[in-house]
Design a protein around this ligand. Structure first.
Ligand code: NAI
Length: 461
C-alpha cells in the first residue's frame, strides 16, 4: 500500500479539541463546504459547557434565587429560606448541561463533520493521531483548551480544590477560603456566600478583579462587604494544611484562617503539554501557543484558537476565533479580532460587565481622556430591583467612547449595546440620540451618553 493515509481520513480541516473554539470552527468550516474532522477525548462542549460557564452560571442563578428569597420581605413578600438542597441544585445544573450537550451533539452530527472520539496528538504538522487512526489535514486547528492550575507546593485534593471539584459538591461548606480574587474567585465567593457560607477571599494584588477598571473593583468590594464576604487584598498566601476537621490557610500577615474548603482560583493554564506541538515546530510561551492576529502558529496550515492562545480566556473569544479560522481557511479573508472589543461579564453579585479600555489603559494610550459615571441610584429599574452600581464611560481625545464599565445586578445583559458602542467607535452624541426604553436598566447606558454629550436628563453634568 502507498504510505499516504486512506482517502477517508484526509480532510480540509482537522480540529484537535471539541470545546468552544474547536466546535465553532468545525460547524463554520462544514457550513463553508469544507471536509472536517473534530477530535475530542472527553465531551463535546469542553470546559465552557461541562466545567465552566454553563455550570457556574446555573449555580449563580440558584444562588440568586436564595438571595431573593432571603430579601423577599423587603418587597412585602413574606417567604423564608428553609434550606439549600445541594443535590437538587446539582440536578438542576446537570439538567441544563445535559440539554445543551444533547443539542450540541445534534448540531455536530447533522453537519457533515466526522466526530472522532479519543485522545489526539499532533503527530506531524498536518497530522493528528487518535489511537490507531491517522487523520491528515490540509489544515489543522489546535483547540485543546485550559485547565485549572494551582500554585507550586499547593496540592489539589480533599478540601483543597479548584473550580472543577467546587461545582460538583455533594455537601455545602460552612466556611470557605477562596485563593485568588479574579473572575473565578469572585464568582464562587458569591455562590458560597449566597448558599450561606462564611467566605474569605485572599488576593495577592491590591484589588479584586484587577483586570477591570479600578472603580469597578471598589464597588465590587463594597458590595461584597455588604454581603459579609471578607476580602483580603494585597495579601501573601504562604500555605495550607488539611485534616478531617478542616483546612488551615496561612497568610504572611495575621492568624491562619480555618475553613471547610479552600478553593484555588489562581488562573487557568493551557493544555499543550505532551501533544506534539513543539515537536511540530509550534512556538510555546509558558505553555501557551503564540499566534499572529490571524491565529496562525507560524507552521504552514497550523492554527490555534481559544484558551491555549494568550489573551482573554473566554468562551465567546473561542467561538469567534474558531469561526475566524474556518473562514480564513475557506479564503474569505475575515477581519482580525480586536481583543479589547470582546465583551467581558463576571457573574458575581454585584454583576460586572465591560468592554474596551479601562480608564488607566486609556490614559496610557490617549493624551486626553474624559470619563462619566452614571450612578444606578438614578435609574428607575435598578431602584425597583434594589441594586447599586454604575455605568462608567471612558472617552478618548474628545471623540469616541473607548471603554464601557458597568457594575450592578443584571448589568451583564447590558453588554450587548456596550460592545456595539465600542466596536462601532460611537461618539457620545450618536448614542445620546438613540431612545432607550423606560423603565429598563438599559436606560443607564443611554443616560450616561446623554450626560457625556452635555445634555444629562436624570443626572448632573
Ligand atoms: P484570573 O487570572 O482571572 O484570576 C486569578 C487571580 O488569582 C488573580 O487576581 C491573581 O492575582 C490571583 N493570584 C494568583 N496567585 C495568587 C496567590 N499566590 N495568592 C493570592 N492570589 C493569587 O483567573 P481565574 O479567576 O482562575 O479564571 C481563569 C480564567 O477563566 C480567566 O481568564 C477568566 O477570564 C476565565 N473565566 C471567565 C468567566 C466569565 O467570563 N464570567 C468565569 C470564570 C472564568
Amino acid at each position: 500500500m502507498a504510505d499516504t493515509a486512506p482517502a477517508a481520513d484526509t480532510f480540509d480541516v482537522v480540529i484537535l479539541g471539541g470545546g468552544s473554539g474547536g466546535y465553532s470552527c468545525a460547524l463554520r468550516a462544514a457550513q463553508l463546504g469544507l471536509s472536517v474532522a473534530l477530535v475530542e477525548k472527553d465531551k463535546l462542549g469542553g470546559t465552557c459547557l461541562h466545567r465552566g460557564c454553563i455550570p457556574t452560571k446555573a449555580l449563580l442563578h440558584a444562588a440568586e434565587v436564595a438571595d431573593s428569597t432571603r430579601a423577599s420581605a423587603k418587597f412585602g413578600v413574606n417567604a423564608t429560606l428553609d434550606s439549600i438542597d445541594i443535590a437538587k441544585v446539582q440536578a438542576y445544573k446537570d439538567g441544563v448541561i445535559g440539554r445543551l450537550h444533547k443539542g450540541l451533539q445534534g448540531l455536530v452530527s447533522s453537519a457533515t463533520i466526522e466526530y472522532v472520539e479519543g485522545h489526539g496528538t499532533l503527530s506531524a504538522p498536518g497530522q493528528v493521531t487518535v489511537g490507531e487512526r491517522i487523520l491528515t489535514g490540509k489544515n489543522v486547528v489546535l483547540a485543546t483548551g485550559s485547565y485549572a492550575r494551582s500554585i507550586p507546593g499547593l496540592e489539589i485534593g480533599g478540601r483543597i480544590m479548584t473550580s472543577d471539584q467546587a461545582m460538583t459538591l455533594a455537601e455545602l461548606p460552612e466556611r470557605v477560603v477562596v485563593l485568588g480574587g479574579g473572575v473565578i474567585g469572585v464568582e464562587f465567593a458569591s455562590i458560597f456566600a449566597s448558599f450561606g457560607a462564611a467566605v474569605t477571599v485572599v488576593e495577592a494584588l491590591p484589588r479584586l478583579v484587577a483586570a477591570e477598571d479600578e472603580a469597578v473593583s471598589k464597588t465590587l468590594e463594597r458590595g461584597f462587604k455588604k454581603r459579609k464576604i471578607t476580602v483580603k487584598t494585597g495579601v501573601k498566601f504562604t500555605g495550607a494544611t488539611q485534616d478531617d476537621n478542616g483546612v488551615q490557610v496561612s497568610l504572611e500577615s495575621g492568624d491562619p484562617i480555618e475553613a471547610d474548603l479552600l478553593l484555588v482560583a489562581v488562573g487557568r493554564g493551557p493544555v499543550t503539554d505532551g501533544l506534539g506541538y513543539e515537536e511540530a515546530g509550534v512556538t510555546l510561551d509558558r505553555g501557551f501557543v503564540t499566534t499572529d492576529e490571524r491565529c496562525r502558529t507560524g507552521v504552514d496550515g497550523l492554527y490555534a484558537v481559544g484558551d491555549i492562545v494568550p489573551g482573554l480566556q473566554l468562551a465567546h473569544r473561542g467561538f469567534a476565533q474558531g469561526i475566524f479560522v474556518a473562514e480564513q481557511i475557506a479564503g474569505l479573508e475575515p477581519t482580525p479580532i480586536d481583543e479589547a472589543g470582546i465583551p467581558r461579564v463576571t457573574y458575581c453579585d454585584p454583576e460586572i460587565a465591560s468592554v474596551g479600555l479601562t480608564e488607566a489603559q486609556a490614559r496610557e494610550k490617549f493624551s486626553e481622556v474624559t470619563t462619566y459615571e452614571y450612578n444606578l441610584g438614578g435609574n428607575g429599574k435598578s431602584q425597583i430591583l434594589g441594586t447599586a452600581g454604575f455605568v462608567k464611560l471612558v472617552r478618548a481625545d474628545g471623540g469616541a467612547v473607548v471603554g464601557v464599565h458597568m457594575v450592578g445586578a443584571r448589568m451583564g445583559e447590558q453588554v450587548g449595546e456596550a460592545q456595539l458602542i465600542y466596536n462601532w467607535e460611537a461618539l457620545p452624541d450618536d448614542v445620546a440620540q438613540l431612545i432607550h426604553a423606560h423603565p429598563t436598566q438599559n436606560e443607564a447606558l443611554g443616560e450616561a451618553h446623554l450626560a457625556l454629550a452635555g445634555k444629562p436628563l436624570h443626572a448632573h453634568a
